[in-house]
Ligand binder design. Structure first.
Ligand code: FES
Length: 247
């Protein structure tokens, strides 16, 4: 078949239109791929821009020391350890008197957050009797082991779950001490396995108590909320980082 000049022009026109269509399809594909890549890229950036919020799903259960290693009253030079986060210090105390949540043969071994519930100083344990006079707290005597914070004079009852001492009008702390839940494993080691309310100082909801609350009340938090706040965005201790300092 012999093509006329008119036929050749028609064929050339059809070819050009076909190429234009191909180019359009190619550009559409390229644009779509670019858009997907951009959206994907934004997602990656978003992952870096969005702060990672974490908290523990369960309390760490960890060995502290053999029960037999604190068979004497060590309240004047207490053992310390960090829990549940690496920067949260606690006292391990053998009070020499049966105490709430106490373990051991005499039910007198307890542990508490070392951080005062007023403004975060470290309080100190006393065997009972009086404590040194410092600040405006004056002289204060109590017959059984108590915690005293020299910064502003808060007093805590160590035999009664760290409760604020009822007869002490100089205790500015709004909340009792958080107590560490202890147990003894089958090998005779003291283990830690959680905390009791309230939240550790510096953690927990703000304000810490509603304005109408009795300042000696413990906030009504669930175990899940307690765990969530106490471990919020922190680094949990484990068997390698729990730092037990014997008394
Ligand atoms: S920080 Fe402890 S009484 Fe103020």
């Amino acid at each position: 078949m012999v093509l006329t000049e008119e036929d050749k022009k028609d064929v050339q026109k059809e070819n050009n239109e076909g190429q234009d269509e191909s180019r359009r399809n190619f550009l559409k594909t390229l644009f779509a791929a670019g858009a997907i890549a951009t959206i994907g890229g934004l997602g990656s950036v978003g992952r870096y821009l969005t702060p990672q919020v974490t908290w523990a799903k369960a309390w760490p259960v960890l060995k502290l020391v053999p029960l037999s290693s604190i068979n004497q009253v060590n309240i004047d030079k207490p053992t310390t350890f960090n829990y549940p986060l690496i920067n949260q210090p606690n006292y391990l105390l053998k009070l020499g008197i049966k105490a709430k949540l106490g373990i051991g043969p005499d039910g007198d071994i307890v542990a508490f957050s070392q951080i005062c519930q007023h403004l975060g100083c470290y309080w100190k344990p006393y065997q009972g009797g009086s404590h040194p006079i410092c600040t405006a707290a004056g002289n204060y005597t109590y017959p059984t082991p108590f915690g005293f914070c020299c910064c502003h004079g808060s007093h805590y009852d160590l035999t009664n779950g760290g409760a604020l001492l009822e007869n002490d009008f100089q205790t500015p702390a709004p909340l009792p001490l958080p107590q560490v839940i202890l147990d003894v494993d089958s090998s005779g080691n003291i283990i830690v396995k959680g905390m009791t309310p309230p939240n550790i100082y510096g953690f927990g909801p703000t304000p810490r108590l509603p304005a109408s609350a009795n300042p000696k009340d413990i906030p009504n938090v669930t175990q899940a909320e307690l765990l969530e706040y106490d471990t919020f965005n922190g680094t949990l201790v484990d068997e390698n980082t729990i730092n037990v300092q014997p008394g």
